[in-house]
Ligand binder design. Structure first.
Ligand SMILES: [Zn+2]
Length: 73
């Protein structure tokens, strides 16, 4: 492997990612599929949670381009 991106060490990058994941839970514990839903159509099916998208796959398909995602193939 060559040097890491932008001269940062690996450990610095990992710390940055972990810090982003901190989330405050004020309400009572909500676990399972019912705790999260698509923020656009409020379904529980096919949710995409990565990168804080929190949308179902259908809504994501429709809004991805506006959000700045591009299709590669
Ligand atoms: Zn949806």
């Amino acid at each position: 492997m060559r040097r890491s991106v932008s001269g940062r060490t690996c450990s610095e990058v990992v710390v940055g990612v972990v810090a982003k994941k901190t989330r405050g839970q004020k309400k009572k514990k909500r676990i399972g599929k019912g705790s999260r839903e698509c923020k656009r159509c409020h379904t529980h099916h096919g949710l995409i949670r990565s990168y804080g998208i929190n949308m179902c796959r259908r809504c994501f398909r429709e809004t991805a381009e506006k959000m700045g995602f591009r299709k590669y193939n």
